[in-house]
Ligand binder design. Structure first.
Ligand SMILES: [Zn+2]
Length: 176
């Protein structure tokens, strides 16, 4: 066996570059899908369900609804009240509402989570405050609510606070 010449060994040692893919799970049929990390949209090869992929990195206060097949990260300064549909959810801030995640959920330390979490897996780091109903499993988020179609964020209160009555029409009877 003759040793490889330096130039040749360099050639043989070069490995193919890993493809940058994003692993998703079809919200409609559950099919595991791999799409390019650069793709903004895709279709499920099995059921042709359209997937809109956009990552959201939020630092502000939000009262509304967020839907995407990308990743959602609530930063330490983010306070969100509302509903989230996404493929991956990380909470580093404060979240109150319902998150349906077609993938992993990560709850970071010093974060606050109240409401309902549904996802494929859940990681809660020490120091996180959580008061939530949780459903976790590979099919937990399947066939829940309306699957996300458009990557969009609406910053509109879903449940506006009720108007305070200015005039009390009838006094409630006092017990006893
Ligand atoms: Zn599908």
């Amino acid at each position: 066996m003759s040793p490889l010449r330096p130039a040749l060994s360099a050639f043989y040692l070069r490995r193919p570059r890993p493809k940058e893919v994003r692993k998703l799970c079809c919200p409609n049929c559950g099919e595991a899908i791999e799409v390019s990390q650069k793709a903004f949209s895709a279709r499920c090869p099995r059921c042709t369900h359209p997937l809109s992929i956009k990552d959201f990195d939020l630092e502000q206060a939000i009262d509304g609804e967020l839907s995407t097949m990308g990743q959602v990260r609530l930063g330490p300064e983010c306070r969100m009240t509302g509903n989230i549909h996404c493929a991956q959810f990380t909470n580093q801030g404060q979240f109150r509402g319902k998150a349906v995640v077609y993938g992993p959920i990560e709850i970071e330390g010093h974060s606050l989570t109240k409401g309902e979490l549904i996802g494929h897996s859940l990681l809660v780091r020490p120091g996180a405050r959580m008061l939530a109903k949780v459903s976790v499993g590979p099919k937990a988020s399947q066939a829940r609510d309306c699957p996300p179609v458009q990557a969009k964020l609406t910053n509109v209160p879903l449940h506006p606070p009720p108007l305070k009555p200015t005039l009390r029409l009838r006094e409630s009877p006092v017990a006893g």
